[in-house]
Design a protein around this ligand. Structure first.
Ligand SMILES: [Zn+2]
Ligand SMILES: [Zn+2]
Length: 339
């Protein structure tokens, strides 16, 4: 037992007295609140920020820094006394605080709470907003991509393997098309070639110097992909007032099959953009159910009764199960097969 009586608890504890009361009472009265220590953590690179520095700290290092902050806070509250914080990492990160003067000491378990706050670190946010290694700019040949064309590109990106998708930093719809920011050059090239495999068009590569720090040259790969419009391999179009089936070839060239003359014309990318229009007339989608030596049989979606045309009125290669369109040209009923 100590010499002094504590006016708060009426005991004579053999522990330090602080501002007239015993240390236990002082802790009870003064340290009512939980000591919360907030440590930022970046979920993208799995690093913590301690004392203003982002690094791959271990949980032990994080807890040590919490102990240090707690120590500083208690030193402020127990000015003139020795403060010591013991950290038991194995015991789930339990803290024990000890304050002592020249005669005695008092120990207790402060209610310290580590609060991990999710925060994107500056390195990762720079990666997201600007420091991507490559950018793919998807545009239409001769004009902006339409809503449905943008959607075709987005749908294509969605079908990419998970590993490739992981390198995509950002996909942004802009007025003229779509910008895809990619973290590596090789992945960017493979994405660009996948787009061109499905939507024929042109590719232009260029490099842009973005910084030169400490002799290290940093360049950004710019892939300008221009796809033929519409983003389809085959479509019914109007060419100088005539109905035609357009087939997009490599480099944005278009082969036209005029209906009903069956004449074939090849247009280059620029001509195709200015001369062909999407067909806006009436179309009826059907499915081919059988082909005989001189006739093709088909049904309308969801109907049971079949219809037929003679083989001379069929454009394309008829095959059971294929989709086709019934079009009326000059009063004549034709069956157009696009795939
Ligand atoms: Zn007391
Ligand atoms: Zn980060």
């Amino acid at each position: 037992m100590g010499e002094r009586v504590c006016p708060r608890c009426n005991r004579k504890p053999d522990i330090p007295f602080i501002r007239g009361i015993c240390a236990r009472c002082y802790v009870e009265r003064e340290i009512k609140l939980q000591q919360r220590v907030v440590v930022p953590h970046c979920p993208l690179c799995n690093r913590y920020m301690l004392s203003g520095r982002w690094s791959q700290y271990s949980m032990k290092e994080v807890l040590k820094s919490v102990a240090l902050k707690l120590q500083r806070e208690l030193e402020r509250l127990f000015r003139g006394y020795d403060v010591y914080i013991k950290l038991d990492v194995d015991d789930g990160g339990e803290f024990t605080a000890v304050i002592s003067d020249s005669h005695s000491s008092f120990r207790w378990r402060p209610d310290a709470l580590l609060e991990v706050k999710h925060q994107i670190c500056p390195d990762c946010s720079r990666k997201i907003v600007g420091h991507h290694a490559a950018i793919i700019q998807v545009r239409g040949i001769g004009g902006p991509l339409s809503r449905s064309e943008k959607e075709s590109i987005l749908e294509l990106l969605d079908r990419l393997p998970q590993k490739v998708k992981g390198s995509i930093v950002e996909v942004k719809e802009v007025k003229e098309g779509i910008d895809i920011k990619v973290s590596e050059h090789s992945t960017a090239r493979s994405i660009a070639s996948r787009i061109l495999a499905e939507c024929p068009g042109t590719l232009k590569e260029s490099y842009k110097l973005i910084s030169r720090s400490g002799g290290e040259k940093k360049t950004r790969l710019n892939l300008s992909v221009r796809v033929s419009k519409p983003v389809k391999k085959k479509a019914l179009v109007e060419y100088q007032g005539e109905l035609a089936i357009a087939e997009w070839k490599a480099g944005g060239r278009v082969e036209l099959q005029l209906i009903p003359s069956n004449k074939r014309i090849l247009l280059d990318a620029r001509e195709s953009v200015s001369r062909i229009r999407e067909y806006t007339g009436e179309l009826e989608e059907v499915e081919i159910i059988g082909v005989s030596t001189d006739r093709v049989f088909f049904i309308k979606r969801g109907e049971l009764e079949y219809d037929e045309v003679d083989l001379k009125s069929v454009i394309g290669a008829p095959e059971k199960g294929k989709k086709a369109f019934v079009v009326i040209v000059g009063g004549r009923r034709l069956l157009a097969i696009l795939d």
